[in-house]
Design a protein around this ligand. Structure first.
Ligand SMILES: [Zn+2]
Length: 260
């Protein structure tokens, strides 16, 4: 038994000596690996990658003031028409149109700072752009994504939370847009809820919105909360809460573009 142990020991020693020259070379290859490792580490830090740089992003603050009364088809070739301009909901502190513009402008500044080629369908309260024209504006720019910003209202004052609407398949041939919009919607909703602490009111697929059906680029519509809910209406009137919404959108867009 002892002999066997001795033989095994000797064999191990020979093996160890045999590796000697390789071990001596190791520090050299270690240096090489370290260099690669450190640059790899730097590269994988997502917060340092300018993910949004050069991305074409359209912000569409929902609604706008004008005196025009007109109808437009719900989808290309559809007989169903809808009002081209609707005034939106309102809360105790502001109208939805004002809120949408305020958040849109905050988001615009943040995206510009991050190098995104950012456009807004309206910069002021007055706007003659209908829902179809807003979709065509984003199409004309060949936008990487169009973010429509809205807020909800309900007769049920207890209803609250953020939801994101994405286009359904009824009026689409380009399935890529549907998939991309759906993915973006999920990621944005998750980030919005995380950044604001608001209730998750879910993702909903819609086939009835002209602003979706005329879009040829990925598009999502964010319902930032219920202006009919006392607590949420107050939060939506606060600039720090609006900032959280914008940050949630920015982070969501970074996550979306990093993975798509
Ligand atoms: Zn709205």
């Amino acid at each position: 038994m002892k002999k066997i142990i001795c033989l095994l020991f000797a064999a191990l020693m020979i093996a160890a000596v045999g590796r000697g020259p390789v071990s001596e070379k190791e520090p050299v290859s270690d240096i090489g690996e370290d260099t690669v490792k450190s640059s790899d580490t730097e590269y994988t830090k997502t917060d340092e990658i300018p993910v949004l740089e050069g991305k074409i992003i359209v912000i569409d603050p929902g609604h706008g003031l004008n005196n025009i009364s007109a109808y437009e088809p719900q989808a290309p070739g559809s007989d169903i028409t809808k009002p081209a301009y609707v005034s939106g909901t309102s809360g105790k502190y502001q109208t939805e149109e004002e809120l949408n513009l305020s958040v849109g402008k905050t988001l615009y500044t943040e995206l510009i700072d991050l190098g995104a080629k950012t456009y807004m369908t309206r910069h002021g309260h007055y706007s003659q752009r209908s829902n179809i024209e807003r979709a065509e504006f984003a199409n004309g720019l060949n936008a990487d994504i169009c973010i429509r910003i809205h807020a909800d209202g309900s007769e049920d004052k207890n209803k609250s939370g953020i939801s994101v609407l994405v286009p359904g398949e009824n009026h689409y041939e380009g399935i890529d847009i549907l998939e991309q919009s759906g993915k973006a919607g999920e990621i944005l909703l998750e980030n919005l809820v995380r950044y604001t602490g608001a209730e998750n009111a879910g993702l909903s697929v819609r086939n009835d919105l002209a602003g979706f059906n005329w879009s040829k680029v990925p598009v999502v519509l964010i319902e930032m909360g219920f202006m009919s809910n006392e607590k949420e209406d107050y939060l939506l009137s606060q600039s720090d809460y609006q900032e959280k919404i914008a940050e949630g959108i920015v982070n969501g867009l970074e996550e979306y573009f990093l993975n798509n």
